[in-house]
Design a protein around this ligand. Structure first.
Ligand code: C2O
Ligand code: CU
Length: 523
């Protein structure tokens, strides 16, 4: 990354106001007014994209078309390969950028609610981060300008208006932001048709093929919405026709609240090459991976051992203990009203049909990328981590006892620019004993905006030993899944940009209930 250019841009970005554009007014609670922009005269985009959120209809099942909301994109400057449109699905587009490129996105809202776009996992100035205070109304345009600072990896984008992220993502608004760099190119991984994104989501449809959201009321909201159909890239029962060759599979859990326990149907280990923040240092073999909402995992899939005309599936295994007695049975195993596919049940995700014989030219690299070693001594509070406890109450979802406030931070939510810190993230359950206390023990996938962090350690909750495995904590992360009672220590580094960013539970129903807070990076 060109750090000088970066810092220069920040300074200009923060001082913007050029051209009579309206900027956020910190003294006005709620949202800002009129069309907003952070454009400055010195920013020269390498790539410029027009992105629109709009209503649409797609064919998901035979019969009636499904009403959705989706993003469409058009390249205004740069190669047309920057935008890849996915056919016949609400999902997408896939944006493909390179590290170091200057990107301008002109985002226009054409849906009937206020919205804003968040670039999940990207290290961007606060005005480009999609904070809910930047929401725009229908017909308005928000201009994002940022330099792609992240390493190669699978990032994504989705709406972030307060209280409405769940329904808007559910309605179809989500796309991928794939970053490429030289290091990744040197690793010589499968590309083109051998590089397949798999966006995994669950949805419920009515008899007319229309999406149904939160039909189960309060309990469904507290658990998080769970659909009864699994879709991959917006399609039910997906089948991928592949050759007996090696593939790179980029999995995104784009679900509102569902957790997947990813595995191959024939018991082969998963070969993991990347996580949220890009490639690992070296490949890992694991029997399965727990993938929480917003998390990504990249697999090296070698179909060369399968004979033509055979097939293998990616599946989600039942969670240990699901369907059993006690808390886990109550929380995850039981069928709730209107919910035919509880969290923790097993099902197929996607089938791969090996239809063609090929001899792989690529071999699995021994070294994928360079990841700097974790240096906890660099943290200003290594011995005294900042603690954030995520807890459910009856109808409430809080962090350290607080819910979201649009522009406020508490005294323990202010960090200093150019420092590193250790944060202890605690899944504090629901407190209380007995039935209700038990039911409020639920997973929280915790996401921090504006950066990638490292997971230092993870401690399972007492009595939840069956849920302690399946996490890939080796690489860079922006979301860490905390099972009931679990704690994780993470190392974060605040560089390049000051300002107001978010940290929250990425169970979108929890987020919309207020399990989200600002943190301030102070210059
Ligand atoms: Cu992907 Cu604040 O979220
Ligand atoms: Cu949560």
């Amino acid at each position: 990354m060109n750090r000088r250019k970066f810092l220069g841009y920040t300074a200009i970005g923060l001082g913007a106001g050029i051209g009579g554009l309206t900027l956020w007014n910190p003294f006005k609670e709620g949202r800002s007014v009129s069309a907003q922009a952070i454009t400055n005269n010195n920013f020269v985009p390498d790539v410029e994209i027009a992105l629109t959120a709009q209503p649409g209809e797609v064919s998901i099942f035979s019969g009636k078309l499904t009403q959705v909301q989706h993003y469409t994109a058009r390249v205004l400057k740069g190669p047309s390969s920057v935008v890849q449109t996915l056919e016949n699905t609400y999902l997408g587009p896939i944006l493909r950028l390179k590290t170091g490129q200057n990107v301008r996105v002109r985002f226009t809202n054409q849906i009937d609610q206020e919205t804003i776009v968040h670039w999940h996992g990207l290290h961007v100035p606060e005005q480009a981060d999609g904070h809910p205070r930047y929401v725009i109304d229908k017909g308005e345009t928000y201009v994002y300008e940022f330099t792609v600072a992240n390493r190669a990896g699978t990032y994504w984008f989705h709406p972030h208006p307060h209280g409405r992220t769940g329904p808007q993502v559910y309605s179809g608004l989500a796309g991928l932001f794939i970053v490429q760099d030289d290091e990744e190119q040197a690793a010589n991984l499968p590309t083109g048709a051998y590089d397949i994104p798999l966006i995994i989501q669950d949805r419920t449809f009515d008899a007319n093929n229309q999406l149904v959201y939160l039909s189960g009321g309060m309990m469904q909201r507290m658990n998080g919405f769970l659909g009864n159909r699994i879709l991959v890239n917006g399609q039910p029962d997906p089948v991928f026709k592949v050759a007996s060759n090696v593939y790179r599979l980029r999995l995104l859990n784009g679900s509102n609240s569902r957790i997947y326990k990813i595995a191959w149907s024939d018991g082969s280990p998963l070969t993991i090459i990347g996580t949220d923040g890009g490639l690992l240092e070296k490949p890992l073999n694991r029997p399965y991976v727990m993938l929480g909402p917003a998390e990504r995992i990249e697999l090296w899939a070698d179909f060369s051992n399968y004979t033509p005309n055979s097939s293998v599936k990616l599946v989600s295994l039942p969670f240990d203990g699901a369907g059993g007695m006690g808390m886990m049975g109550g929380m995850m195993g039981r069928r709730r009203q209107g919910q035919s596919l509880p969290n923790g049940s097993g099902f197929d995700l996607a089938r791969f049909d090996i239809v063609k014989k090929e001899t792989p030219a690529l071999t699995l690299p021994i070294v994928l990328s360079k990841i700097e070693p974790v240096d906890i001594r660099a943290a200003v509070n290594a011995n005294n981590p900042r603690t954030f406890t995520f807890a459910m109450g009856m109808g409430s979802a809080t962090i350290n006892g607080r819910t979201f406030e649009m522009t406020r931070v508490a005294s323990d939510e202010v960090v200093k620019l150019n420092t590193s810190e250790v944060w202890r993230l605690v899944n504090g359950g629901g407190g209380g004993m007995g039935m209700m206390g038990g039911m409020m023990q639920m997973p929280h996938p915790v996401h921090v905006h504006g950066l990638q962090f490292r997971v230092l350690e993870r401690t399972p909750g007492a009595g939840w030993q069956s849920m302690k495995d399946g996490f890939v904590d080796e690489g860079w992360k922006d979301t860490v899944l905390l099972m009931p009672g679990m704690q994780a220590k993470i190392l974060l580094r605040f560089v390049d940009f000051s300002g107001l960013y978010l940290y929250h539970c990425h169970n979108l129903e929890h987020e919309d209930m207020g399990m989200m807070r600002n943190y301030l990076i102070e210059a």
